[in-house]
Design a protein around this ligand. Structure first.
Ligand SMILES: Nc1nc2c(ncn2[C@@H]2O[C@H](COP(=O)(O)OP(=O)(O)OP(=O)(O)O)[C@@H](O)[C@H]2O)c(=O)[nH]1
Ligand SMILES: [Mg+2]
Length: 305
């Protein structure tokens, strides 16, 4: 390793819900690290993926979709975006879904105007546009408002344009030693991913408000205990009336959820697990500061510890 020329830093993915940030993170990470679903607001916390080469280490940061908070959980999600963009980023990748309404980005753009680091524009979902002139006109609009260094046309889902983007990102990083030991690909524990992927399956399986009202807590995560790997998770919902919806008629829904979650976790961790799910009612947790702290969505105020 040539320390004089080693580059390292944080590349933050910022964009509206559903722009494809987590799909891109998974592409650059080379594994399904971050939950992806067709529903907006899938990601609730910043998720890192570390990509490294001979002379660089890029820490990609997936953030929750930028939104105007309506309840406390959404406030914690917006805080994650602020922290990543304003405090952590060495380069920001501003992601746009080229099929979505550009006007919805106004507030995020206002925020990005205050950022000092370079901003790259990433136009995503180009597989869905036939008329490529749309891309040039979008780029022109964004450039009227933000000092964009470079623009990339990608399809995160179809893996188009990813290598060029990844390569370019390295150029915008400072000369710096690596932030994480070589070979490390994330900063989270397996337990965290187990909870995330069960939550991902809830987003895919249930409708309307249910996914948004749910928090998954992995209560037990044991490996090789009598040759068994075992995960027990509590699914917290907000109201008593949501419990039977999660469970379904004769337990049919929770059975499906258990099977899908088990498959997803096994694929990710590369081992067999037995997953057990339990439903708990935690009234109005999305608006309860103490519960949000307990669930790890807010860092505890050290003065109150
Ligand atoms: N056609 C197409 N779909 C894509 C592309 N990238 C992402 N998607 C889809 O867009 C949806 C949202 O993708 P996510 O990666 O979860 O989006 P996100 O920006 O992380 O969303 P939040 O976590 O809610 O902020 C999923 O259904 C993806 O499969 C793309 O390049 N082309
Ligand atoms: Mg996401």
């Amino acid at each position: 390793m040539d320390e004089k020329h080693f580059k390292s830093g944080f590349a933050v993915l910022a964009g509206l819900p559903n722009a494809g940030k987590s799909t891109l993170l998974n592409q650059v990470a080379g594994g399904l690290l971050s939950a992806v679903t067709h529903k907006p607001q899938t990601t609730r916390q910043n998720i890192l993926a570390i990509a490294e080469g001979e002379n660089y280490q890029v820490v990609f940061v997936d953030t929750p979709g930028f939104l105007t908070p309506k309840y406390k959980l959404q406030q914690t999600m917006a805080d994650c975006v602020d922290r990543a963009v304003q405090e952590e980023a060495d380069v920001v990748l501003f992601m746009l879904d080229v099929t979505a309404d550009y006007a919805d980005n106004a507030k995020l753009i206002a925020k990005l105007k205050k950022v000092f680091c370079p901003i790259l524009l990433v136009l995503n979902k180009i597989d869905l546009v036939k008329d490529k002139a749309v891309l040039a006109s979008l780029e022109e609009q964004v450039k009227k408002e933000l000092p964009i260094k470079q623009t990339f046309h990608i399809s995160a889902a179809k893996s188009t344009g990813i290598d060029a983007l990844k390569k370019a990102v390295v150029n915008y990083l400072p000369t710096s030693p690596a932030y994480f030991p070589a070979g490390q690909w994330t900063d989270r524990w397996e337990r965290f991913y187990a909870a995330e992927f069960i939550r991902e399956q809830i987003f895919l399986l249930y409708q309307q408000e249910i996914p948004y009202s749910t928090y998954v807590e992995v209560e037990k995560f044991t490996e090789n205990l009598g040759n068994k790997n075992f995960i027990r998770a509590n699914i917290h919902v907000e109201r008593e009336s949501q419990k039977p919806i999660i469970i379904g008629k004769g337990g049919s829904m929770i059975k499906q959820l258990r099977e899908r979650s088990q498959k997803r976790v096994e694929e990710f961790l590369g081992k067999k697990y037995r997953v057990e799910l339990n439903v708990v009612v935690s009234p109005d947790w999305r608006n309860n500061k103490a519960m949000l702290e307990q669930f790890g969505y807010i860092d505890k105020d050290p003065r109150e510890m």
